[in-house]
Design a binder for this molecule. Structure first.
Ligand SMILES: [Zn+2]
Length: 242
């Protein structure tokens, strides 16, 4: 069995134990089914979304999702909060340990231009077509980093993003100054970076809170997972209270 299907079989078992919807949303390059998990799919009045593994070699996101499902106690979640999870947005990349999809394209640069949309982008966006997302969170690793930073959209919400950075500072040092794409991160936050990413697209689709977190890749996997779980927990609590 390939690495991706091995991961998926573990996730499928975890979801069925918790009675969660584990739904196939498409097939990538024939052999790579793309899935979403839906929690509280019915009667919810607010929806949040987590996406991981769009860069296939960044494994801490998908591992965090598996752990999140295994830890999940649905009774701790308000019934009105629907949670959509894309555990591995780039199945081929996950299996080959590559940033890119099977066409050697970076999927996370192809969401905002209709001419550029690839198979995976289309499946992901189509499955959110009728959803109004309140909070979107993409989980990434920056493989060259020992420090944490995040990308965020909508400057009005900076105080909330700052709380996430403060939370992460219990796990990792924060990248206070980092120059990327000609922009400088301020105290760990890159604001309004228009890069054609999933989080950029969700912001353009009027998702009030949209972020991409970059967990430092050069750190221990269990610490990365614990930190990611804390961020997810923060986002669920924050979204539940509004
Ligand atoms: Zn990434």
């Amino acid at each position: 069995m390939n690495e991706y299907l091995h991961y998926i079989s573990k996730l499928k078992i975890a979801c069925s134990k918790k009675n969660l919807d584990f739904l196939k949303i498409g097939n990538v390059n024939k052999n790579y089914p793309l899935y979403k998990i839906v929690i509280n799919g019915y009667n919810a009045r607010k929806t949040i979304c987590f996406s991981s593994g769009i860069h296939g070699h960044e494994k801490s996101g998908p591992l965090t999702i598996l752990q999140f499902i295994n830890n999940l106690n649905r009774y701790d979640l308000p019934l009105y909060l629907k949670i959509i999870i894309f555990p591995v947005a780039n199945p081929y990349g996950f299996n080959t340990n590559s940033r890119y999809n099977y066409q050697k394209k970076d999927l996370n640069r192809c969401f905002c231009n209709p001419q550029k949309l690839l198979t995976e982008n289309k499946y992901l966006l189509k499955s959110l077509y009728n959803e109004k997302i309140f909070f979107f969170h993409a989980l990434h690793d920056d493989c060259d980093e020992k420090y944490f930073y995040l990308y965020a959209y909508n400057k009005n919400n900076e105080a909330i993003y700052r709380k996430i950075v403060n939370k992460v500072s219990q796990f990792f040092p924060i990248r206070h100054m980092k120059k990327m794409y000609g922009k400088v991160a301020s105290q760990g936050i890159f604001m309004d970076h228009e890069d054609g990413s999933f989080e950029h697209k969700m912001y353009l689709e009027h998702t009030p809170y949209s972020i991409c977190t970059e967990i430092p890749g050069k750190t221990k996997t269990d610490l990365k997972i614990r930190c990611n779980l804390d961020i997810i927990d923060f986002i669920i609590r924050f979204s539940s209270n509004r």
